[in-house]
Design a protein around this ligand. Structure first.
Ligand code: SAM
Length: 207
C-alpha cells in the first residue's frame, strides 16, 4: 500500500488488484461488518465493493444489495463470485462521488475501506453524495483505518473527531467503536498490527 497519504489513483488500485491478492481482499467480509450484520438493514448500497465479499454476504442474508466500484476488474470478479454463490447483487461501475444520482432508495450504506482512501476534497464530495442519496433514518457503516495504527504505510488514518467532522452536516453519529481491519498476511508494504490494522467502525444516521 502507499507509504504516503496521497489519495490512491485508479492506476494504483488497479495495480493492487494485479497482485496475486490485494492486501485487503481477504475472501470474506471483514469481522466488523459480520458483527454489525443485524444492524445493516433493508436495501443496502456497498460503496467501493471491490471483489464483492461483503455485498455477496449481505445478499446471502436476503437483502437487496447494490455494489459500486470505479474499477471494472474487481467488479468482474465480484459478478463471478455472486454467480457461484447463487445470489443476485446489482454491481455498478461508478465513482462513489456519483452515488447521489442512483435513482433508488437505500436503508443502509456500507463502506469497507473506501472512505479512508479519500483526500479531503474527495471526502467532502462523497459525504455530499451520501447526503443527497439517503433519506432521514438511513444508516452509513464505515470501517476505516484508525490513527491508533502505528506507522505510515497503508491508507490514511482517521481519528474519531475527523469522522465526526466529516459527517457533521446532515448526519448524526450513533457510534464509533475501535475495530480491526483484517489484511492478507505477508504482503510487503502492508504489514500492520497483529490481529489486523487498528481501525474504527462508525455508524452514522442520516437526519
Ligand atoms: C481498500 S479497497 C476495499 C474493497 C472492498 N470494500 C473490500 O473490503 O474488500 C477500496 C475499493 O474502493 C474502490 N474505489 C476507490 N476509490 C473509488 C471511488 N472514487 N469510487 C468508487 N470506487 C472506488 C477501489 O477500486 C477498491 O475496490
Amino acid at each position: 500500500m502507499t507509504s504516503h497519504h496521497e489519495q490512491p489513483s485508479r492506476e494504483r488500485f488497479t495495480a493492487y488488484y494485479g497482485l496475486p491478492t490485494a492486501p485487503w481482499d481477504i475472501g470474506r467480509p471483514q469481522r466488523a461488518f459480520v458483527e454489525a450484520g443485524d444492524r445493516i438493514g433493508g436495501r443496502v448500497l456497498d460503496c467501493g465493493c471491490g471483489t464483492g465479499d461483503l455485498a455477496i454476504w449481505l445478499a446471502g442474508r436476503g437483502q437487496a444489495v447494490t455494489g459500486v466500484d470505479f474499477l471494472a476488474g474487481p467488479l468482474g470478479a465480484a459478478r463471478d463470485k455472486a454467480r457461484r454463490a447463487g445470489v443476485t447483487v446489482n454491481f455498478l461501475e461508478m465513482d462513489a462521488a456519483a452515488v447521489g444520482e442512483i435513482p433508488e432508495r437505500f436503508d443502509s450504506v456500507t463502506d469497507c475501506g473506501l472512505f479512508h482512501s479519500f483526500d479531503d476534497a474527495a471526502r467532502g464530495a462523497y459525504v455530499a453524495a451520501l447526503r443527497r442519496l439517503l433519506e432521514p433514518g438511513a444508516r452509513v457503516f464505515i470501517l476505516c483505518m484508525s490513527t491508533d495504527e502505528p506507522g505510515e504505510q497503508g491508507p490514511r488514518r482517521l481519528s474519531e473527531p475527523e469522522l465526526r467532522a466529516a459527517f457533521a452536516d446532515g448526519f448524526t453519529v450513533e457510534s464509533i467503536e475501535p475495530a480491526r481491519f483484517e489484511v492478507v498476511p505477508g504482503i510487503a508494504g502492508a504489514e500492520f498490527s497483529p490481529g489486523g490494522a487498528r481501525a474504527l467502525f462508525a455508524t452514522l444516521r442520516r437526519v
